[in-house]
Design a protein around this ligand. Sequence first.
Ligand code: GAL
Length: 345
Amino acid sequence: MNRLIPPAFNLSFVALIIAFFSLAVGNLLAEPQDVRPGEIWPDDRGKHVQAHGGGIIKVGDVYYWFGEDRSEGLDPDKRYVACYSSTDLVHWKFRNQVIALSDPESFGPEWVLERPKVFHNAQTGKFVMYMHIDGRLPGSKSRYSIARVGVAVSDTVDGDYQYLKSFRPLDHESRDIGQFIDDDGTAYLVFEDRPLGFHIAKLSGDYLTAEKEMCLISAHMEGGAIVHYQDLYYAIGSALTGWDPNPNKYATARSLEGPWSDFQDIAPPETKTYGAQSTMLIKVVGSKATSVIFMGDIWKPNTQWDSRYLWMPVKIGEGHLSLPSPRPWTLDVKTGEAISAPGNK
Ligand code: GAL
């Protein structure tokens, strides 16, 4: 026994040390508080988020992020979609691999499932997932020649989605898809039609089909995304360069039906959208501000599991939209304020 230090002091000293270390570890676990474009984005398990070509819906106060799960070591005959949840759009909890599907249309071993997007239908209560589903038509050089959408449904947001069917929306070819939910809750599918251009189609009452063409913008754009900000709609998309980045562009209109303005660059064209391709625009309406976040994918076609995300709040208003150069930023979903680290542009 140590005769110099009274036992009571010994105990409080140990308690102090324990408290100090738990605080330090707690702080470490809460990190990172900011979004770091282009870096590994760890989920609650410490694994890089697998939600490529993704989309987000908000149910109550919770955001759900769905996207292509390209994890290493998955069954090469199957295609996967993962779902994550968050209340702050920064910390993501893995919920479920909501799709683990074997070639549901017998398109062949190279079949494709990309860019899943989930809508919540208030009338039926169902969660309805659209996906780009594709494969090689006999004799075609491309594994993207069937050009359809697939639909899967679930009773719960993160349940195991049941595959229902595939079709060509409004009888048009459909490759990259995007989703847009207007402020009044109306749900739209955006799809790329190689012969004609960029379609915006309203979904049917049960969301199981695309029922009405709102607009066909005769521009060839992939990764289509739309946001309604103040009194304008902003549509963005990328050029058709496959996995390689290109200068993404935007156009505006007072109504989804158009007329739409010409397309302009969202970032200096030489940066090729800082290496990213658009997948969605999220609007966060808070008590003090409204922020619009560009969600993009930095594809790594040979190591898809390591593809990264470029999310940045955009500068938007009065018909202009620009994507600042990537840098860390923080978001307060309650106030709607997005604050970026200082940068040049
Ligand atoms: C991109 C498209 C991706 C994927 C890729 C294949 O243009 O946005 O989702 O289909 O082509 O090359």
